[in-house]
Design a protein around this ligand. Structure first.
Ligand code: NDP
Ligand code: X2W
Length: 344
């Protein structure tokens, strides 16, 4: 039987990416797609790429029959899922939140970074962090999955092989990451206008970004202890893609880094460890659920240097959410996610 899926926030960038992936998924029936602003309008009228694939209308989130779904994805701003998820869970609906409401276990820390009081702490306590490469078995059984953020996915996948194996001096880890402008969402904002973001490049959040506690939580779990992390995001003048350059001081510079990464990810369908000396490009993953990783030990340095690329809207959001849904509903993990990247 097909999985009846609902999407809250179908008019945003992660929402339309979910629609693109789920419309082509053989095991999914797109039952409910919500928008407050476009209720009654056909999805394909708003998104012409979906004409002939998703022609049904958007509906209001409150009259949406979301309770009739098997799974509901929240592709909404932070703070929305925590309002609506408890009632859905009570009705037996499984929930995948693409936002950050359930990602951080320490809710005081969450409140400090997100500027809100958590609406449902008891529900938050049962959420499973949806990074399959770390929590596959727990995701299969989860009622509520906290889909990781876009930067946290790339940074964690780039560093966990080193941290799990205890190879790094964890006091001084640096994540220098760059994102395309779709990472900021579809709401118009001055800094993502073409004339502001085009022909321009800058860091932001250098003094502290809300992904810092999320990344640190995942890295500390992998390392089994504290990790001193500096994380600096940058806005790239392109639409999709994240490139993370990760610096980790090695305890033993003689370790075979290539073998460590190849062994750790040998069975991972969506992590590609590139041959030695490679420099992954964001366009090699554009539109695909793959993360590509290269590991270097630069000349005369005791650092491991990891380069990781992903599509922020796919493995960084909607693709990972579909991967999690596949696990939760005992479907093949890669179902609907194997299309190669779009190039050029
Ligand atoms: N963009 C990215 O690369 C990534 C984003 N994320 C996270 O995913 C979530 C969605 O991001 P993104 O798609 O970029 O955001 P957008 O701003 O592009 O879209 C947000 C969507 O949510 C809907 N919405 C807004 N407020 C509410 C509400 N109160 N109730 C119901 N629906 C609402 C909007 O539709 P309408 O107003 O019509 O109802 C719209 O469809 C965010 O939490 C974001 O942080 C995670 C990883 C990557
Ligand atoms: C380029 C850009 O602006 N990116 C966003 C990250 C988007 C995201 O994934 O954030 P959450 O899911 O954690 O809200 C930012 O830095 O705020």
């Amino acid at each position: 039987m097909a999985i009846r899926a609902g999407i809250v926030g179908g008019t945003g960038y992660t929402g339309v990416e979910l629609l693109r992936l789920l419309a082509a998924h053989p095991g999914v029936d797109l039952a409910v797609i919500t928008s407050r602003g476009k209720a009654g309008v056909a999805v394909s009228e708003v998104f012409p790429n979906l004409r002939g694939h998703v022609d049904q209308p958007f509906v209001e989130p409150d009259e949406a029959g979301l309770g009739e779904c098997d799974v509901v994805f929240f592709a909404t701003p932070n703070g929305t899922a925590m309002e609506m998820a408890p009632a859905l869970l009570e009705q037996g609906v499984r929930v995948i939140d693409l936002g950050a409401d359930f990602r951080i276990r320490d809710l005081e820390l969450w409140s400090r970074w997100y500027g809100m009081t958590h609406h449902c702490p008891a529900v938050a306590a049962e959420a499973v962090y949806g990074l399959p490469e770390r929590h596959r078995e727990a995701i299969r059984a989860a009622r509520l999955v906290a889909n990781p953020g876009c930067y946290p996915t790339a940074v964690q996948l780039g560093l966990i092989p080193l941290l799990e194996a205890g190879l790094v001096d964890t006091r001084h880890v640096v994540a220098d990451a760059k994102s395309g402008a779709s990472g900021a969402g579809r709401q118009p904002r001055q800094h993502t206008l073409l004339c502001e973001a085009g022909e321009n490049f800058h860091a932001y959040g250098a003094g502290g970004h809300r992904h810092l506690p999320e990344i640190r939580q995942g890295l500390e779990e992998a390392a089994g202890g504290e990790v001193g992390l500096v994380f600096v995001p940058h806005l790239l003048p392109m639409i999709r893609g994240i490139h993370a350059t990760l610096y980790a001081p090695l305890r033993d510079p003689a370790v075979d880094l290539q073998a460590v990464f190849e062994t750790r990810y040998a069975d991972e369908p969506f992590v590609d460890v590139l041959p030695p000396g490679s420099h992954p490009e964001t366009r090699s993953v554009r539109g695909s659920n793959m993360v590509r990783i290269a590991v270097h030990r630069p000349e005369d340095s005791d650092m491991a240097l990891v380069l990781a690329v992903e599509d922020n809207l796919v493995k960084g959001a909607a693709g990972q959410a579909v991967q999690n849904m596949n696990l939760m509903f005992a479907r093949p993990e890669t179902e609907g996610l194997l299309a190669p990247a779009v190039l050029p």
